[in-house]
Design a protein around this ligand. Structure first.
Ligand SMILES: Nc1ncnc2c1ncn2[C@@H]1O[C@H](COP(=O)(O)OP(=O)(O)O)[C@@H](O)[C@H]1O
Ligand SMILES: [Mg+2]
Length: 356
């Protein structure tokens, strides 16, 4: 009984000591305007940074995987041959253009570099090769031929791409009679060489395509033909099919003095390029250099520097429009005709140094 009352007493004392208000409000709660989590802004910024780093990483990785030729140094380092010219994207066919075209400057540089890179001034037969189709062999050849002819040198184009002849289409000439007829029959050169509407520019079409294209090119008559036309013309340019896969181009490279490799910018892997060069050298051909074709000079900053002078130094419209336009008009009007004049050996030239 005593114990109980004592317990009650203690309970009352403790009750008194405990404060009635156990919670103290230091500050009134405020409802935030934005959710505390997730932090959208932070997540956005983090996402952007991580995405950017990842994207740049992937871009570098893809660039690392892409082993195609991208710079002039790439070519010179891997192939150990000079770059003779950088041909911009979207060049036209020069003899069909009226007025002076800035594109022509690239081909003038090509002509000059060929002249300075050949060891022997008598090396005047040149073929163009490439690893694959559509890299620009025929386009390069026809434009270079036009520039050389315009410079006053008698130039012969031979369409020896017997797989997919194309040169005749640039001049709207029929290719029914040409190289193959000459090689397989007793036809004379006069019968298969045509004069184009461009002064000084002559053309031997492919002729009807044989089933055995390589065999026909790899013949004594072909070698004799090259030797013959070398004497008659200042410059002989021979178009050829792709060199990887078919033997025609190697055969041609062995018959002519010099071989130019046309490379489509950012297309063929570097190791394939090396094979192109080896294919020429294996048959005793001599690679004079590389033409880097179809370069987007506007977006590739390193080429802007290299090619900006094309337009800068190109003759202005007022300087030489008359002769050029006359020539262009003539090109459109005059049909191709067969020639006899060039079939006669060219008069001996005292100094071949200034061929082009
Ligand atoms: N620098 C260039 N700019 C624009 N088009 C080009 C260029 N080089 C080539 N082409 C185009 O590419 C295609 C293939 O060119 P072509 O000269 O026939 O190649 P290949 O003779 O090597 O097969 C053609 O339609 C041609 O007009
Ligand atoms: Mg071609």
């Amino acid at each position: 009984m005593l114990f109980r009352s004592r317990l009650k007493q203690l309970g009352e004392q403790i009750q008194k000591q405990i404060q009635t208000e156990s919670i103290i409000i230091h500050e009134d709660p405020v409802i935030p305007r934005f959710a505390v989590s997730p932090n959208v802004m932070l997540n956005l910024v983090l996402g952007a940074v991580v995405g950017l780093v990842f994207g740049i990483g992937i871009a570098f990785f893809l660039e690392f995987l892409d082993t195609s030729v991208k710079t002039l140094e790439d070519v010179e380092r891997y192939l150990q041959v000079p770059v003779l010219a950088v041909i911009p994207k979207e060049v036209g066919i020069l003899h069909k253009q009226s007025g002076s075209s800035p594109d022509a400057e690239a081909y003038r540089i090509l002509r000059t570099n060929i002249e300075f890179n050949r060891k022997n001034p008598e090396d005047n037969s040149i073929t163009v090769v490439s690893g694959g189709t559509g890299e620009g062999k025929s386009t390069t050849l026809v434009n270079l031929a036009y520039i050389c002819a315009q410079g006053g040198y008698t130039t012969l184009m031979i369409d020896a791409d017997l797989r997919r002849p194309r040169l005749h289409t640039f001049f709207d000439i029929n290719n029914a009679v040409g190289l193959t007829n000459y090689l397989t029959t007793e036809l004379m050169l006069e019968d298969v060489i045509l004069q184009t509407p461009v002064d000084n520019l002559y053309f031997m079409p492919s002729g009807i395509l044989p089933s055995d294209a390589a065999g026909i090119l790899n013949s004594r008559r072909m070698s004799e033909l090259i030797q013959d036309v070398k004497q008659r013309f200042d410059l002989v340019l021979v178009d050829s099919p792709p060199i990887l896969g078919v033997s025609d181009a190697s055969v041609l490279a062995s018959e002519v003095d010099l071989t130019m490799i046309v490379i489509q910018h950012r297309k063929l892997p570097r190791n394939m390029l090396l094979r192109v060069k080896q294919a020429v050298e294996n048959v005793g051909g001599h690679v004079i250099g590389v033409v880097l074709n179809n370069v987007d000079v506007r977006s590739d900053s390193q080429y802007q520097y290299y090619t900006s002078y094309y337009t800068y130094y190109a003759p202005s419209e007022s300087q030489s429009p008359v002769s050029h336009q006359k020539e262009a008009a003539k090109s459109e009007a005059a049909p191709a005709k067969s020639v006899a004049s060039v079939a006669a050996p060219k008069p001996p030239q005292g100094d071949d140094q200034d061929l082009y």
